[in-house]
Ligand binder design. Structure first.
Ligand code: GTP
Ligand code: MG
Length: 197
């Protein structure tokens, strides 16, 4: 798929306020600071489209972007962000889980995982939740430019092993780097396929 246009539409604090549109949606989720907004900018080849920051907790709302006037790309707040009040954390958690569970036009969720880390319980728990609510998802390993091929292979193997404990079949896994623009073609091809299904 070629991205011909990418436009910011709106930011919202709840799924109920999201655009009243039947366009299919592809959303991005993962721990705070994992690289969701950077990946979106890389996919759209549009620096600054989604706001990024070196500090966690940058994206705190549900952000819709219209792509090729045909579908919505959705940047979600990260989960597991500890530097806010319990009340704020609960609000964010509710915002994310409500969107994921209730947004009917959500075609696919990309779950971003930091490729440098050993399998994290919070990510495994989130994927279990997706299994429970039956939302289709794919995995995106981020920041692969920050580790060696050997380390990446090792972490990937561990991740797959850990996931296999709970899942019979593993989802699609993309290896990416927003810095090096790695994984763009494969992800866009997958999105095209999902939108046609
Ligand atoms: P929140 O909105 O806070 O949940 O974070 P996010 O997941 O949207 O992360 P964001 O895209 O803002 O990136 C966080 C930090 O990681 C920024 O400093 C980015 O420059 C950096 N980063 C993101 N992707 C990559 C990557 O592929 N390689 C490298 N080296 N750095 C990256
Ligand atoms: Mg963000």
């Amino acid at each position: 798929m070629e991205i011909k246009s990418a436009k910011f539409v709106i930011s919202n604090a709840s799924y109920e306020q999201c655009p009243d549109s039947k366009l299919p949606e592809i959303a991005f989720i993962g721990r705070s600071n994992v690289g969701k907004s950077s990946l979106i900018n890389m996919l759209c080849m549009h620096e600054g489209l989604a706001k990024t920051s070196s500090k966690p907790g940058k994206t705190l709302l549900i952000n819709h972007f219209k792509i090729n006037d045909a579908w919505h790309l959705v940047d979600l707040p990260g989960y597991g962000y500890a530097q806010v009040s319990l009340q704020q954390r609960e609000k964010l958690h509710r915002m994310i889980t409500d969107y994921v569970e209730k947004r009917e036009q959500l075609y696919c969720l990309f779950v971003l995982i930091d490729s440098r880390l050993k399998p994290q319980q919070i990510d495994l728990d989130f994927m279990d939740f997706l299994g429970e609510v039956g939302v289709p998802f794919a995995i995106v390993m981020t920041k692969t430019d920050k580790i060696s091929q050997t380390e990446l292979a090792k972490n990937l193997k561990m991740f797959k092993q850990k996931m296999s404990e709970n899942w019979e079949a593993l989802p699609e896994i993309f290896l990416t780097s927003s810095e090096k623009k790695r994984g763009r073609e494969a992800m866009l091809q997958y999105i095209e396929q999902v939108l046609q299904s």
